[in-house]
Design a protein around this ligand. Structure first.
Ligand code: SF4
Length: 335
């Protein structure tokens, strides 16, 4: 690394640690200058920024696929879309009792946040909402320190208010990708609709969990654009997913994003959003393989444990060992 580049990196770090924001132009300039050899220096910076905001605390979250398959939408990566021929276990909404059981299993792994995720563009059937409300109330009663989250697609403001009154703390709704790339990812609904849902959940007083999935063919600039939109929306936490190509979807032939490229993406998100919770979720194992523990050096301060929506995660004992080996402390407190 040349002296000039080292100085440039130092200036960027100094600026962020002093509380100033990185601009899109600066992030693009940094990406233009950085080579594979410079990545360790980038990770040193992203790690220090993570350390400053979150010390050695790691947040864990878990999800359950509360209603699977039969989705009318055509998201190119998704095995649950009716536009695809992927083999998925499709089923209607789980009962409140089953959702509570899933929350109990998640709580046993020490997660601070548990989310119920339903497939489909939206969920507005009153019976389904009633069932989710019953589950939220019971989960809050049983596990007061567990943050309850839901991911129910496009949703009305009034339903969001009902969920909040029932004890929902967080609404999850990924933007998935940048506005400029979104039409290549989904044609049955728009980026604006997704953004509106995030804004409605925020207006309802819920914490916002919103991020995206990488490796769909988007450029690095488009990843940065997503990071800046999430910054503008002031989301509370960002799930970072990497494509796990599933047979039968339009992404089945797409190769995996390179492990170092995935880590570089996390590091840039940390530089752009120094104080926002960042969880590495789907695609972690298949994309990062032996470099999984590097997600924290790259700047993530959390990860999803247990299974994903349609793919398997790691055994909890393996993730637990990884966190312990790094000397990090799993944080069970919601924030
Ligand atoms: S990502 Fe969600 S909206 Fe898109 S196809 Fe899958 S379940 Fe449907």
């Amino acid at each position: 690394m040349g002296k000039k580049f080292r100085q440039f990196m130092g200036e960027i770090e100094g600026k962020i640690l002093a509380g100033d924001s990185l601009s899109l132009q600066e992030a693009l300039a940094l990406n233009g200058k950085i080579s594979l050899n410079d990545l360790p220096a980038l990770f040193e910076i992203s790690d220090r920024i993570r350390e400053k905001s979150f010390s050695r605390r790691i947040k864990l979250c878990a999800i359950t696929n509360a209603k699977s398959g039969y989705c009318s939408e055509d998201c190119i990566f998704c095995a649950q879309s009716l536009h695809h021929q992927a083999q998925v276990n499709s089923y209607p909404l789980l009962s409140a009792k089953q959702l509570i059981e899933k929350a109990t299993q998640a709580e046993a792994m020490g997660v601070h946040c548990f989310s119920m995720v339903t497939s489909g563009h939206k969920i507005e059937n009153p019976k389904e909402i009633e069932c989710i409300i019953e589950a939220i109330q019971k989960i809050n009663e049983l596990f007061p320190s567990l943050s309850c989250s839901a991911s129910l697609g496009t949703i009305s403001f009034n339903t969001l208010i009902d969920l909040k009154h029932a004890g929902l703390q967080r609404y999850h709704h990924n933007l998935e990708t940048s506005e400029s790339f979104f039409p290549k990812v989904c044609t049955t609904h728009s980026f604006k609709q997704r953004r509106k849902t995030v804004e409605a959940a925020k207006a309802a007083g819920l914490q916002i969990c919103s991020g995206g999935i990488f490796g769909l063919g988007e450029t690095f600039q488009q990843r940065l654009e997503l990071a800046f939109t999430l910054k503008e929306l002031e989301v509370d936490s960002i799930p970072i997913n990497f494509l796990h190509p599933v047979k039968g979807t339009r992404c089945e032939e797409r190769g995996l994003i390179a492990a170092l490229e995935a880590l570089k993406t996390i590091a840039f998100f940390r530089l752009i959003l120094p104080e926002t919770n960042m969880y590495v979720c789907g695609g972690r194992q298949i994309t990062l393989r032996s470099l999984q523990s590097w997600i924290f050096l790259a700047g993530a301060n959390g990860m999803m444990v247990g299974n994903y929506l349609t793919t398997k995660g790691s055994p909890w004992s393996e993730d637990q060992t990884m966190i312990r080996d790094l000397g990090f402390i799993p944080s069970s407190k919601s924030s």
